[in-house]
Write a protein of this length. Sequence first.
Lengths: 161, 106
Amino acid sequence: MIWFTVLLVLLVLAALWASMASALLRATLALALTSALLAVVLFAFGATLAAVLELSVCAGLITVVLVSVTSLTQPRSLKEQAADRKRRLRRFWPLPFVLIAAGVGLSFVKVPVDIVMRLPAGDGDVRTVLWSLRQLDLFGQILILLAGVFGVLVLFRKEAK
Amino acid sequence: MTIEIPQAFWLYFTFFALLFLDGIWCMLATRNMVRVLIGIEILMKSVTFFLIVAGFLAGRMALAQALVITVIVIEVVVVVVIAGVILGFFRKRDSLDVSNTREMKG
């Protein structure tokens, strides 16, 4: 249990780094690290298929997209970067303290643990659930992917002269 | 089926809350569009984590995994479309500042 708690602490620290890093590229890499750590957590929970998708899609594809966006936008001057760093420090310095306070506060919360959830019985293989029980989800996913492709085509179309 | 939530739930809930808070702060405290996108991503990570925790505690891992797969697909599409919007905005305005979006016509 201790190693798992350490893993979760590392996950939060990676997310904190992603939000506080001064350079966008570092923030993107920290986000990829967060995704990789989340994939390990999912694997530890036994969600292997979700872990593989998280690692390949979120730590891989999304990182590539974010790095591309960062490289396609022009770099700022050193003066602008220094000014932005100061502004960021002012806005973000309370965040680690807030997170520590929230973590300590929540770990001491004495909420009664006799909450019960009423669920229908039974759980099968993830492939069975995905392909047999959640077919509408798959239909929705296909529609969302098509909508995404359509959105990108609209955004990158060339303007008519 | 009725299950009781074990003590470990509050440990997982604490880490979910920390990730969620981090994502919210990242979105609200910055004016850079790419950083807002990173904040959205952190929020999605927290939701993914909590879905798996809920599935694990309820003994419904297959259903939780199916939902997480759906979340990941939506996450990718959201990131790609917002990245396109950011690039389009940068080409027009030469800026990534979200406060400049107020000048957009709609």
